[in-house]
Design a protein around this ligand. Sequence first.
Ligand code: CTP
Length: 405
Amino acid sequence: MSILSDKHILLGVTGSIAAYKAVDLASKLTQAGSQVDVLLTAAAEKFVSALTFQSVTGRKTFTDADLWGGNAHVLHVGLGHSADLMVIAPCTANTLAKLAHGQANDLVSITALAAQCPILVAPAMDVGMYTSVPTQANIRILQERGIAFAGPTEGRMASGLTGLGRMLEPGEVLGASRQVLGRRGPLVGKKVVVTAGGTREPIDPVRFIANHSSGKQGYALAQAAIDAGGQVVLIHTQTGLIPPVGVQQIPVDTVGEMLEAVLAEAAGADVLVMAAAPADFRPKQAAVNKLKKRDGLPQIELEYAPDILETISNMEENRPVVVVGFAAESHSLIQNAAEKLKAKKLDMIAGNDVLAPDAGFAVETNRITLLFADGRQEPLPLMSKTEAAEEIMKRVAALLETTLA
Ligand code: CTP
């Protein structure tokens, strides 16, 4: 998670029972490599202790008691100036009101007022408080000022009622933090379409032809594109993976549906990365009813499925500026990848050996060689699919820049 690995993040925690979720958030951010400074309001201290946060961040937790020390001024101004991001989670209706109106009477609100960095707010409150006229007006003021919001969502509240006002889960706030940090990335303002997963081609209503693609590399690419500031559309099959926060998801099943979705999204897209494994062959006709054993061995006639990349690359209009493919090979990797690069008129192809035990389908790592339209070849060392995705997106941003220059 390189976008979080060198960041200084302020985590303001205010007085809500959801403060327990902030402990997990602080832990997740720390594990991702960020330096996390936690600031607690007096009300937050009633729910969670400074020691709890200190134990997960390994750093001093600041409370209102620190406001009255000799270094108080240095503290809140200094923190607000050096941070890359301030996250306020959970954020109560009271703190939202303070932020909207520039009130500064505790360490969290003073620091937010002095902060030079982007601010992300994860509200947590009773549904009546959230939907109230003043709270909604405060939210509008803050949104107009560029403050980012993560949630709230609908769910069970401390009162026992169910409604809108529940704080998002820590993983979702972390995802939203990545999106806000990505606002300075090289893909800001760019539309990036990523496909992921293997398609399912129906034989009958209960059976299908599929492949081993897990979708992991595609999801990692979508996250890397979000981290780089892109507006990301993820066209994916059923993978069971959690999509990155901030992507627009388009779920599909078959290669036909994927083609349709890619064609619709390619118009106006800057980048297309085809990390999915769409079928090459499919049953010519799916049986309407379930094929019965007693009727004998079925003769399934196959036909070629449309090649999505070829269709896109041959488009006269609306071809994305940068088109990237993958080559899943079991032998002659470079030769086969080079042929696909040329045949599908790609700007870049990522070739990987699907038979290597540390690369390919279900594993967490990949060993990729990148081949470019200008003949360059770049073998990448063994790395996680997350790292591979980040490297690929770096090359995509560079290709986009040179092509548009
Ligand atoms: N691809 C596609 N449409 C298909 C099949 C593949 O757009 N119907 C894309 C994949 O997403 C990948 C690239 O083409 O980016 C190469 O896929 P791969 O399966 O390696 O190659 P194929 O062209 O299908 O050739 P073969 O299976 O014969 O190796």
